[in-house]
Each structure stands twice: as structure tokens, then as C-alpha cells.
Design a protein around this ligand. Structure first.
Ligand SMILES: Cc1cc2nc3c(=O)[nH]c(=O)nc-3n(C[C@H](O)[C@H](O)[C@H](O)COP(=O)(O)OP(=O)(O)OC[C@H]3O[C@@H](n4cnc5c(N)ncnc54)[C@H](O)[C@@H]3O)c2cc1C
Length: 365
């Protein structure tokens, strides 16, 4: 069908007061130059699996990385039987790894200085896309991680994990989704070209993707509940050093899912904080589409979330209501509901900013 014949989809209500509690949120993407870390080492008599540095794609890659963690631990157990494992971190990487490790019959203890609802993972926008992350690793491993992650999320639709399939409309190709379409043809539904985006004030051509929306405020508490129901213990602990970890956690197997915390704990100089702001507007149930243009809009059941700022080398989580207001104005301007805003150089045009992704995996259109 010619999209010009389609009725426009509903226009968002852009009414927004950034000074209201919870209306402006900030988080720091744990970005690792080269690639996220997913490997193991033996140190001080411990078997340590590292699982951190997933930048702006931690939710998206979580289940696949957890499956790799499980495989590494399973291999270790074959030569050195153990009954317990320590998981460091209660963000999405720690909770999904812990979930999969239970399948090995291990007693799991999670050590963390933040509750799941206080982590960066809980703040994430929640689109399934491999963006704002570097992936210079074995391509077979990468394919397996992406495939397991996507299919696990897709299989959990309708089962109380906060996952739904959604259309994403963009004026330009979304690199974080094109990368997956090219690496794993057939995994995601094909991308469609549109002669115009079906929205008020839009006359330009664009693209339509089918992707997943993972709502962290539903997903993380669900994982935590399920883990507690399976006798996983959460220990409130802030580690100050590697030695502190070894002195505190008696388990021989340690899974390091400390996100930005790994920078100091493992002296990992490849770790860079990429701060982002999110404007949280009231929920609008009639919006069923994701939209990406000089930022993005994800309509979740708790809020309509607008984001897309990558502040490089910034690790503080200070709120900035003016930045949040600007995120809303940029999207509102595209719908003709605000005066055009000159776009700052550092905004993400769409999920998968060209500058931020491993160039070997980027796809030009
Ligand atoms: C604004 C924004 C939007 C995003 N949008 C998306 C998106 O749409 N899709 C997507 O896939 N990803 C998105 N992300 C990225 C995603 O949030 C991260 O990649 C993911 O949260 C990383 O998970 P993690 O478990 O490694 O880290 P975290 O969630 O930060 O968890 C780290 C855990 O380690 C613990 N820890 C750290 N240091 C210590 C210490 N010294 N002692 C004890 N405990 C410690 C913390 O308490 C925490 O429990 C977004 C991120 C931001 C900031």
C-alpha cells in the first residue's frame, strides 16, 4: 500500500514539566572501547567471568551474554565441581546471568551496592537494538549472542516480562537494527521503505522496522522476583577493590557484572561513561509506535520516554531538566508542535549513531 494513502498515526501529547519528580532521568551507559567484555580469567584461586561494558545495548544483549556466561561456567565446572557462584551486580547483566546459572544447579548469591530498581539498567529506554556499543569480537560468538537475546525476549512476549513487538519509524536507517538485519538475515522482520512517515507534519521518506520494546520497570523487578523465589540471595555490598571482592565473597566462581564499576575494580581503562538523559512524559496508551529522529521516543506503559543524548566521558548522574526539555522539544518540532530546535552535534540521530558503532559492522544505505 502507498503510505501516502494511510491515515496519520496519533500525534504524541508533548505537554511536559521537567521539574516534576521523576520527569527527568539521567543514566551512564557503561561503554567499553573495542568491545564489551565477555571472557574469563583465573586469579587468586578464583574463576572469574567478566560480563560488562555493553554501552547503550545492555538490555538488548543481556540474554545472549548470560548464555555465554553459563557456557563458560559449565565448562569450568566439568574440571572443578563447585556448588556456589557469586554474581557481582544486580543490573540486567547480573540478573540475567544469575537466572541462567540457576539452571546449572548452583546456589547463587548476588552482591550489589544498588538494588535492581536503582541501576542504570532500570533507567534504560528499552528498545531492542544493538547501538552505542562496540562489538569487535568473534563474529560467530556475536551472532549467537544477538540471536539468543532476541529470541529469548521474543519468546517472553505476553508472559509478564514487559516485552512487546513494536514498529519503529525513522527518517534515516537505524544502524543498530540494520546491523542485525545484515548479520543475521531473517532474525528480524525485513525493513520497509516508506515514501513518507505517517505522521502529522511529515513529508519526507523514511523507514519502518519491527523491533521489540523491553520495559525495564517491568522486566527487572520480574527477574528479581523470580530469582528470590528460587532462593537467590541479594547482599548489599559496595566493593572498593578486587582484594575487597576476594575477601568478601567466599565463592570460587565469580561473575563480574558491575557495569561502569568495573572501570575501577578491574582498572579497565577501556571503559568510558556515556551519559544520557531521558524525559519521562505521562503514559499515552494510544501511541503504539517507536519514533527516532534526532533522539527517540519509546511509548512504554509507565511513561512515554524521550531520549538520545550521548555525553561522552561523563560519569556523573546529575539531573539536567533543561536537557530533558530540549529532548521533548526536538521531537515535538518534528511533529510541528514546537518551534524548530537547532540540533546539538552530540544527539543520537536514531538508535545506532554512526560515530558510536564498530565501523566494521556498520551498514551504509
Ligand atoms: C539513557 C540510557 C538509555 C538506554 N537505553 C537502552 C535501550 O534502549 N536499549 C538497551 O539495550 N540498552 C539501553 N541502555 C543501556 C543499558 O542501560 C546498559 O547497557 C545496561 O544497563 C548495562 O547493564 P549492567 O548490568 O552492565 O550495568 P548496571 O545496570 O549499571 O548494573 C551494574 C551493577 O553493578 C553494581 N556495582 C557496580 N560497581 C559496584 C561496586 N563497586 N560494588 C558493588 N556493586 C557494584 C551496581 O550496583 C549494579 O547493581 C541505555 C542506557 C542509558 C543510560
Amino acid at each position: 500500500m502507498d503510505v501516502r494513502e494511510l491515515t496519520n498515526l496519533p500525534t504524541p501529547d508533548f505537554t511536559y514539566d521537567p521539574s516534576l519528580p521523576g520527569a527527568c532521568v539521567t543514566g551512564v551507559r557503561p561503554y567499553r572501547k573495542g568491545t564489551f567484555r565477555l571472557d574469563s580469567e583465573q586469579s587468586s584461586g578464583r574463576f572469574i567471568v567478566h560480563n560488562y561494558g555493553h554501552g547503550g545495548a545492555g538490555i538488548s544483549l543481556s540474554w545472549g551474554c548470560a548464555a555465554k556466561v553459563k557456557a563458560m561456567v559449565s565448562q569450568f565446572l566439568a574440571g572443578s565441581p563447585q556448588t556456589e557462584v557469586a554474581v557481582l551486580g544486580a543490573g540486567v547483566m547480573g540478573l540475567t546471568a544469575a537466572t541462567m546459572l540457576l539452571d546449572l544447579g548452583l546456589k547463587v548469591t548476588i552482591y550489589t551496592d544498588r538494588k535492581p530498581v536503582e541501576t542504570t539498567s532500570f533507567k534504560a529506554g528499552g528498545q531492542w537494538a544493538v547501538s552505542v556499543v562496540e562489538t569487535a569480537m568473534n563474529q560467530q560468538d556475536l551472532k549467537a549472542i544477538i540471536k539468543t537475546s532476541y529470541t529469548t525476549f521474543k519468546d517472553s512476549i505476553g508472559k509478564g516480562f514487559g516485552v512487546s513487538e513494536r514498529p519503529n519509524y525513522c527518517p534515516k536507517p537505524a544502524e543498530g537494527l540494520d546491523m542485525v538485519l545484515n548479520l543475521l538475515p531473517g532474525l528480524l522482520p525485513a525493513r520497509q521503505r516508506l515514501s513518507r512517515l505517517p505522521f502529522q507534519n511529515h513529508t519526507q521518506p523514511g523507514f519502518l522496522y519491527q523491533t521489540l520494546l523491553v520495559e525495564p520497570p517491568i522486566f527487572l523487578p520480574r527477574l528479581e522476583r523470580d530469582l528470590r523465589a528460587r532462593d537467590v540471595t541479594f547482599v548489599d555490598k559496595r566493593f572498593t577493590s578486587k582484594a575487597d571482592i576476594f575477601a568478601t565473597a567466599p565463592q570460587k566462581i565469580i561473575i563480574n557484572c558491575t557495569g561502569m564499576g568495573a572501570k575501577k575494580l578491574w582498572n579497565d581503562t577501556k571503559m568510558v561513561g556515556v551519559r544520557g538523559y531521558l524525559a519521562m512524559l505521562p503514559a499515552q496508551p494510544d501511541l503504539e509506535y517507536l519514533y527516532s529522529r534526532n533522539g527517540y521516543m519509546f511509548p512504554r506503559s509507565d511513561h512515554v520516554v524521550m531520549g538520545g543524548t550521548p555525553d561522552w566521558d561523563k560519569e556523573d548522574e546529575d539531573l539536567n531538566p533543561a536537557e530533558c526539555k530540549e529532548l521533548v522539544n526536538i521531537i515535538a518540532a518534528a511533529f510541528g508542535r514546537a518551534a524548530p530546535v537547532p540540533m546539538p552535534m552530540n544527539h543520537i540521530d536514531h538508535p545506532g549513531n554512526r560515530r558510536l558503532v564498530d565501523p566494521r559492522l556498520s551498514v551504509s544505505d
